[in-house]
Structures are given as structure tokens and as C-alpha cells.
Design a protein around this ligand. Structure first.
Ligand SMILES: [Zn+2]
Length: 184
């Protein structure tokens, strides 16, 4: 994926062209295919068809790679700081889509799926707010106002605070084994 890293936000040189529309469409198609094949792979795994599961899994990986090419062409694959901004924007848009979908479904008498859309919207809100916290922690690295849970990747020990401990009190591994989680 690194070869599509530009480092700065460049204008999308295809903006307002049919090629730009086509890029969006192709990106969406490849992304949807990636998701479908991942789900088909899981289904094949559950049926005990491991060769088919591997076929779907490999194809899904290639679809992901292809989607990455087109996302890069649209200049929507940048460094992590930029990607967090893209993620925050798309999660916000996703919530609006889900909110409208829930309202449409309720109006059409599909109360059960309407509720699921709202539950999905709440998960998406969590993604957006976590994205903002990660972005803040990159833009303000000494900002100690963001309290988080740090989890040791080696033993699972959880530490709550403003930074990971230097050493895990349980297994003794260094702080680079800790991963931050803002959930709590
Ligand atoms: Zn540990």
C-alpha cells in the first residue's frame, strides 16, 4: 500500500470528470467484492470447505489490493493523520445514511431493521469519536488530557491512564507491546 502514500494532500486531478465518477464506482465495486468474498470465505470455512475458503480469502485480498489502487488514484489514501481525517468524515456520512435508512424503514413498517440501522449508527459514532481521539493524540502528542486503556499485547493486562506503563507489571514486556484502546 505504501506506494500510494503521497505525504501531502494533493488535489484529485480527475475531479469533475467522468473518470472521477468511474474511479468512485470501481473503488466501491472492488470494496464490495472484497467484503463479499471475506464473508463467503467464512461461510465456506463453516461448511468445512477449506479449499473454497482459501480461494475466497485470496481473492478477497486481491480485491483489497485493487481497491487500494483506485483509492490512491483519488488521493484518498494518505498518511495516517490524513487517513484519520478521511475516516472521521466517512463515518459521519455513514451515520447520516443510517439515520435516514432507519427513518425510511420505520415509515415503511420495517421496525426491526430500522432498529438495527440505529444500532449500527451508534457503532459508527464510536468509530468517529475514537478516530478523533487518535487524530488528537497524533496532532498533540503531549496532550495528556486523553485518558485511555492500554492493553498489553503479550498477556492482556489492561492499564488505564494517560500513557502506557514502561513495563507490563504482569509479564514484564516493554511499553511498545501496549496498544491503546479508547473504549471505556
Ligand atoms: Zn503483559
Amino acid at each position: 500500500m505504501r506506494q500510494y502514500y503521497y505525504g501531502v494532500i494533493l488535489l484529485n486531478r480527475y475531479e469533475n470528470t467522468q473518470t472521477d465518477n468511474n474511479l468512485k464506482r470501481i473503488f466501491e465495486d472492488e470494496s464490495a467484492a472484497h467484503t463479499r468474498y471475506m464473508l463467503y470465505s467464512r461461510a465456506a470455512e463453516e461448511e468445512g470447505l477449506s479449499d473454497a475458503a482459501d480461494f475466497f480469502g485470496r481473492t478477497a485480498e486481491e480485491k483489497l489490493g485493487q481497491a487500494g489502487i483506485w483509492l490512491g488514484e483519488m488521493n484518498m489514501l494518505g498518511n495516517t493523520q490524513q487517513n484519520l481525517r478521511y475516516a472521521i468524515d466517512t463515518e459521519a456520512a455513514n451515520q447520516e445514511t443510517l439515520r435516514r435508512a432507519a427513518s425510511d424503514a420505520a415509515n415503511e413498517g420495517f421496525d426491526d431493521i430500522s432498529e438495527k440501522f440505529l444500532l449500527n449508527m451508534n457503532v459508527s459514532k464510536g468509530h468517529e469519536s475514537n478516530g478523533r481521539k487518535y487524530l488528537d493524540s497524533i496532532e498533540n502528542p503531549r496532550n495528556e488530557t486523553v485518558e485511555a486503556v492500554y492493553r498489553c499485547n503479550n498477556c492482556g493486562y489492561e492499564h488505564r491512564g494517560f500513557r502506557a506503563p514502561d513495563y507490563c507489571p504482569l509479564c514484564g514486556y516493554t511499553r511498545r507491546y501496549f496498544r491503546r484502546s479508547f473504549w471505556r
